[in-house]
Write a protein that binds this ligand. Structure first.
Ligand code: DSN
Length: 430
């Protein structure tokens, strides 16, 4: 089997599966064309107008156009705001922010990881063990959701910020289903002389469409990956106020990276143009409507949805009413081609490998054209799959996989999943 065959196999798999991972999407062929283009033959170290190597006139235009489109998408004036488009990953974008204004050992205050945060926001374990570079370099503290409401209490965050006196407050992450009050967090940061970083990797497309609270102008830094709700390729945008432009640019290059992936930057520019269209705004609205409907349908079927629902594209589900943990649930769902991920939930009693939740999202199915009326069917396919066999706690992944091969209903449910996805074709032109 060679790579070309494996890509064809994956194409068929992506076409047939029900992709419910909230951080995944299907990029448009125009984006793929740019990313897979001859632009990958170029080295373009440094920034437009000051490259280290010759022959970069077209690269300069591409990068500048990408920056212009990024600022315009979020309605930002180039006099007041700057955007760096070179960071290859979200974690690198966040590291660049830290690298631009923090010294090792400085304090940061961020969302606790099982309460929706991100590894690169200083995450370390309760016993102080470091998991991410950011927990090792910086002195990190975390704010949590309220136990009852499973949402953030901003008065509590303010109290904690006054006690901890961090130099940087961070919001955002991977699994908080509610909108974030950037205005309040910006005020809290200002009141203690801290910077405020809003990492909107998950919500970027929804914010660009005007459907969620915008971190502009409340944040000093806004980072976002471009591959999620923004429906672009892998890449990262780092926005900052003009006075911090030089610091952020130097933090990315030469601070962290060499030559940028100019092909990805071109793909991002294509995606940003698409994201500024009225069709994209309608798409984003539908993503949220679909997520809200799916969350309601799951609740009706007895699933406990964290925080009682969602205001965006993602749903976090406590899976214990159906299976012992998220690993088993996600394995079972994969067997019927329903693709999700296991996830920690607030006040988690399991481990990151065997957490008690799963995370679902609607960006990809919405790109396929699914709407509210498909959501009850998706919810019941999830339920049917999880009801096929109730596993014992601690069943290993290998044992679950082995057991799945003899569950008769799995293939029937998989057929139903394929029938649903075949009504919403994707990449027929490939
Ligand atoms: N891995 C991403 C997500 O799935 O949310 C975050 O880095």
């Amino acid at each position: 089997m060679d790579i070309e065959n494996l890509i064809s196999k994956e194409l068929k798999y992506q076409q047939q599966q029900l992709k419910l991972i909230p951080s995944e999407n299907y990029v448009r062929p125009a984006v793929m064309k740019a990313v897979g283009s001859i632009l990958m033959n170029k080295y373009a170290e440094n920034y437009p107008g000051k490259r280290y190597y010759q022959g970069n006139k077209n690269m300069d235009e591409i990068e500048t156009l990408c920056q212009e489109r990024a600022l315009s998408l979020f309605g930002l004036s180039p006099e007041k705001w700057h955007v760096n488009v070179q960071a290859v990953l979200g974690s690198i974008g966040n590291l660049a922010v830290y690298n631009s204004v923090l010294e090792p050992g400085d304090r940061i205050l961020a969302m606790h990881l099982p309460h929706g945060g991100h590894l690169s926001h200083g995450w370390k374990l309760e016993d102080g063990k470091n998991v991410s570079f950011s927990g090792k370099i910086y002195d990190s503290y975390f704010y949590k959701v309220d136990k009852e409401t499973e949402t953030f209490d901003y008065d509590e965050i303010e109290k904690q910020a006054q006690e901890v006196r961090p130099k940087l407050i961070i919001s955002g992450g991977t699994a908080y289903p509610r909108d974030i009050d950037h205005s309040r967090l910006g005020e809290i940061a200002k009141s203690i002389g801290a910077y405020y970083l809003a990492d909107i990797a998950h919500e970027a497309g929804l914010i660009a469409s005007g459907l969620l609270n915008s971190p502009f102008p409340h944040a000093d830094f806004v980072t976002m990956t471009t591959r999620k709700t923004l429906r672009g390729p892998i890449g990262t945008l780092i926005f900052t106020r003009s006075e911090l432009a030089e610091a952020i640019d130097r933090a990315v290059f030469p601070g962290l990276q060499g030559g940028p992936m100019i092909n990805s930057i071109a793909g991002i520019a294509v995606a940003l143009k698409e994201a500024s269209s009225s069709e994209f705004r309608e798409y984003s609205k539908q993503v949220i409507l679909n997520a809200k409907t799916l969350s309601e349908e799951l609740s009706k079927l007895g699933f406990r949805v964290i925080s009682g629902g969602t205001e965006k594209h993602l749903i976090l589900v406590d899976i214990r009413a159906k299976q012992p943990d998220g690993l088993i649930a996600a394995e079972l769902l994969e067997a019927t081609d329903i693709i999700t991920n296991k996830n920690t939930i607030p006040y988690e009693t399991g481990t990151p490998w065997r957490p008690t939740g799963i995370r679902l999202g609607t960006p990809a199915v919405t790109t396929r054209g699914m709407r509210e009326k498909e959501m009850p069917e998706i919810a019941s396919l999830i339920e049917e799959t999880l009801n096929t066999t109730k596993f014992e706690p601690k069943t290993t992944r290998a044992e679950v996989r082995e057991a799945i091969t003899s569950i008769a209903e799995i293939n029937n449910i998989k057929d139903k999943v394929h029938k649903l996805t075949s009504r919403f074709p994707i990449y027929s032109e490939l």
